[in-house]
Design a protein around this ligand. Structure first.
Ligand SMILES: [Ca+2]
Ligand SMILES: [Ca+2]
Length: 641
C-alpha cells in the first residue's frame, strides 16, 4: 500500500540504480535457502493467478482463491493450513510487514518508532507509523522474557513465534522502500539524541546508508528463520533485488508506472532477483474507472481486466485484479471468465513481439501492440494509446506456428467480445485504446487486450449472486433483490464474504442477511445474468447467525423455488446444517439473459439465512443429457438374495 508520489520517486531512483548495499554477508544464507528441496512448481503454465490481499481469511476465501497459484495474506496459521490442505502446491506468503505499524495497533515502546529530531514520529501514511529498523534503535526490556532488545530483534522473535513456516513459504513486505522520503532524510533522528542525523553525520548519504543497512539486516535475519524460504516485496530498487524473489506491481498502472517504465522495471527485476522469481501483478480497476469511460459497478469493466492480464502475460507474473487505491484497496477480489484460462495457454513460445507499423498516440508512454505466442494460443495487448485492429495476416507473419488458426474463447460475462469466433482478415479483433493524464507527467496509455486459442474453448466462470453488490456478487450480475423485512448483518459465522476485520466501508458491507420466520412475506430473489445458454448447477451457501450454530433457531425447511427454462421447481432446504460450503440444489437449464432465478422465502418456522447462490456452467443445452433414460419395457425385475 503506498502513495503514488512515493512510488514514482522510488521508480526513478531504482532505474538510476544509484543505491547499492553490501550483501556479502547475506550470500551464506541465500545459498542455504536455495539448496532446500522444494516440491512446489515455480513454473506453472500460463496464465498464472496470484494475489496480495488484506483479506483472504474466511471460509469463503478458501473457495474464492482455490485456483490461485500464489496467495499473500495476513498471518493466520489455521487458514494457511487449510489453503495447503486444499491445494498443496499453493505458494503462501504472510503479509508480515512490521517495518510500519498501524496506529490502531500501536503498542510498541516509544523509542522503537522512527522520529524526527524534535521527537515526532514519522507517519508512513495516515494510519501507520514507520519503525526504527536501524542498528541505532534503542534496546528496551518489555518484561516479556526477551530482555533488552531492539525493534528488529523483537520482529524476528515475533515472526518465529507467530507465523507457522510449515504452512507459509515466505514473507511478503508491503511498503519496502529503498529510501525514506527526502523530507524525512532531512530531519530523521535514528539515534534519538535530538540532532538531525544529516547534520550529525555529514549529509543525507550517511542517513540513507543507515536506513538501507537496516533493510539489509532485516533480510539477513528473516532468512535465518527456519522454514522462511522466499521474500517478495512491494517497492524496492535494483540494489536490493539479489535479496528477494520478486516484487508486486501494485495498482498497475497507477502506482507501478506508465507502460514503458513498467516494462523496464520488470526487466530490472527479472534480471536481478533470485530464483525462484515470484512477481505479483495487481491490475487496478480504479485506473480504468477514473480515467477511462466510467463503468458502474467498476468490477464490470472487462476491458480493464483484459488490458491487465494481457500486459501481465508479457512477463512471468501472477495476475489478479482488484478495485485499486481509494475504491476499497485490496479488499475485494472478483473472478472473471479469463481466470478460467489458468494454465490453458501453456508456456511461452516467444518473447513479446511488437507488431510493426502501428500508429502511437503522442504520449512518451505509448509502447505498441505487443503479441506473445504460447503453446496453445496467443496474447495481444494494445498499449499504443489509440484503438487498434489486428488481422489474422498480421499475426501470421510473426507466428512461429505460421498459418495457425486462432479463436476467441466463448465466455459468459462479456459474450460480445469473448464470442468464440475465429480471427480472420475479414473478422479482425479491435482493441480499444486511449491516453489520458493519470498519475504521471504525461498521459498514460489505456488499452485493451485478449487471449486467442488455437482450439475452440468455452470459459464461463461460476456466477455468484450475493447479498450485496460489493460482497462477492459476480461481475455482470446484480445482487439479490430483497422484499420485506430482511436484516443485513455480519453478526454470524461461515458466511460468504472475502473480508474479515479490515474496514473498507461500502466496499465490504454486511456479509449476509436473515429473516425471522413468517408467511412468505419476506422474499430473496437471486437473478443471475446468464451470458451463454446452457445447463448450470445451482448451489446455495449459508452460515449461521450468532457465534454458534444453535444460538438462534434456524429453518429446517426454508422454501426454495428455482425458475429455469424447465419451469418452476420447488423444495425446501435445511439451514441447520451444511454451513460454510456450497450445497448443490441440482442442474437446471437457463437461457441467456435474466429469466432464470432462485427465490427463498420465510414461510417456515425458523430463521432463514440469505447469503450467496452460485450457478456453475455444466454444458450446452444440446450437450448435456439430463433426461433420465426411459424405463425398460417388458422386463420383470426379481430381487436376488
Ligand atoms: Ca541524531
Ligand atoms: Ca455474502
Amino acid at each position: 500500500m503506498s502513495h503514488g508520489i512515493q512510488s514514482h520517486s522510488l521508480l526513478i531512483g531504482g532505474r538510476e540504480g544509484r543505491h547499492r548495499i553490501p550483501i556479502g554477508m547475506l550470500l551464506v544464507f541465500l545459498l542455504i535457502a536455495s539448496t532446500e528441496s522444494n516440491p512446489q512448481n515455480f513454473n506453472p503454465p500460463y496464465p498464472r493467478l496470484g494475489v496480495f490481499t488484506f483479506s483472504g481469511l474466511t471460509y469463503a476465501s478458501l473457495d474464492i482463491l482455490k485456483d490461485f497459484d500464489v496467495i499473500s495474506m495476513p498471518p493466520d496459521n489455521e487458514m494457511a493450513r487449510q489453503y495447503k490442505v486444499q491445494n498443496p502446491n499453493v505458494i503462501l506468503f504472510a503479509n508480515a510487514t512490521l517495518i510500519n505499524t498501524y496506529k490502531s495497533v500501536s503498542v510498541h515502546p516509544e523509542p522503537w518508532y522512527l522520529h524526527d529530531y524534535t521527537g515526532k514520529r514519522f507517519e508512513l501514511w495516515e494510519d501507520s507509523w514507520i519503525m526504527n529498523i536501524s542498528s541505532y534503535c534503542q534496546k528496551v526490556d518489555q518484561g516479556d522474557g526477551l530482555g533488552p532488545v531492539t525493534f528488529l530483534d523483537w520482529v524476528m522473535n515475533w515472526l518465529k513465534k507467530n507465523v507457522d513456516w510449515n504452512y507459509y513459504d515466505g514473507d511478503f513486505h508491503d511498503w519496502w522502500w529503498i529510501s525514506l522520503l527526502s523530507n524525512q532524510m532531512q530531519t530523521v533522528d535514528f539515534n534519538n539524541n535530538g540532532i538531525a542525523d544529516k547534520d550529525e553525520w555529514g549529509g543525507v548519504d550517511s542517513v540513507l546508508a543507515v536506513w538501507q543497512q537496516g533493510l539489509a539486516n532485516y533480510h539477513a535475519r528473516e532468512y535465518q528463520i527456519p522454514g522462511l524460504k522466499y521474500v517478495v516485496v512491494n517497492g524496492m530498487a535494483t540494489g536490493f533485488w539479489p535479496n528477494i524473489n520478486g516484487a508486486m506491481f501494485e495498482d498497475w498502472p497507477l502506482l507501478s508506472g506508465p507502460f514503458n517504465y513498467w516494462i523496464s522495471r520488470y526487466t530490472d527485476e527479472f534480471l536481478n532477483t533470485k530464483e525462484p522469481r515470484i512477481m505479483i501483478f495487481d491490475a487496478s480497476h480504479r485506473f480504468a474507472y477514473i480515467y477511462g469511460p466510467v463503468v458502474t459497478p467498476y468490477k464490470n469493466n472487462y476491458r480493464s481486466v483484459r488490458f491487465g492480464l494481457a500486459s501481465c502475460l508479457l512477463m512471468s507474473g501472477y495476475f489478479y485484479v482488484d478495485e485499486g487505491g481509494q475504491l476499497g484497496h485490496h479488499g475485494n477480489v472478483h473472478i472473471y471468465d479469463e481466470f478460467e484460462a489458468k494454465g490453458k495457454l501453456g508456456y511461452p513460445k516467444t518473447d513479446p513481439i511488437k507488431i510493426s507499423g502501428k500508429l502511437l498516440s503522442s504520449t512518451p508512454y505509448a509502447s505498441g501492440v505487443w503479441v506473445r505466442f504460447f503453446d496453445n494460443g496467443v496474447s495481444i495487448v494494445n498499449a499504443t494509446g489509440i484503438p487498434q485492429t489486428i488481422t489474422a495476416s498480421e499475426l501470421a507473419v510473426i507466428d512461429p506456428l505460421g498459418g495457425s488458426r486462432y479463436y476467441r474463447f466463448q465466455g459468459g460475462q462479456d459474450p460480445n467480445f469473448n464470442n468464440g469466433q475465429e480471427l480472420t482478415n475479414s473478422n479482425p479483433i479491435t482493441l480499444w485504446g486511449d491516453a489520458q493524464i493519470a498519475n504521471w507527467a504525461s498521459p498514460e496509455v489505456m488499452g485493451d487486450g485478449c487471449m486467442l486459442f488455437r482450439t475452440k474453448k468455452v470459459l464461463v466462470t461460476p456466477i455468484i449472486v450475493d447479498n450485496h453488490v460489493n460482497n462477492q456478487t459476480s461481475p455482470g450480475s446484480d445482487p439479490v433483490g430483497y422484499t420485506g423485512g430482511w436484516v443485513l448483518s455480519s453478526e454470524g459465522q461461515k458466511f460468504y464474504a472475502f473480508y474479515t476485520q479490515r474496514n473498507y466501508g461500502a466496499f465490504q458491507p454486511d456479509g449476509f442477511a436473515w429473516s425471522p420466520p413468517g408467511q412468505g412475506e419476506n422474499i430473496a430473489a437471486y437473478v443471475p445474468t446468464i451470458g451463454l445458454n446452457g445447463y448450470y448447477e445451482v448451489y446455495e451457501w449459508h452460515g449461521y447467525l450468532g457465534t454458534a450454530p444453535n444460538d438462534y433457531p434456524l429453518a429446517l425447511d426454508a422454501p426454495v423455488k428455482i425458475t429455469s427454462t424447465r419451469g418452476d421447481t420447488s423444495f425446501t432446504i435445511n439451514q441447520t446444517r451444511n454451513f460454510g460450503q456450497w450445497n448443490s440444489l441440482g442442474i437446471f437449464p437457463f437461457n441467456k439473459g435474466n429469466t432464470g432465478k432462485v427465490v427463498i422465502s420465510n414461510k417456515t418456522n425458523g430463521i432463514v439465512i440469505s447469503d450467496a447462490v452460485k450457478f456453475v456452467y455444466r454444458g450446452s443445452l444440446g450437450g448435456l443429457d439430463t433426461t433420465p433414460p426411459a424405463p425398460p419395457q417388458g422386463v420383470s425385475v426379481k430381487r436376488l438374495n
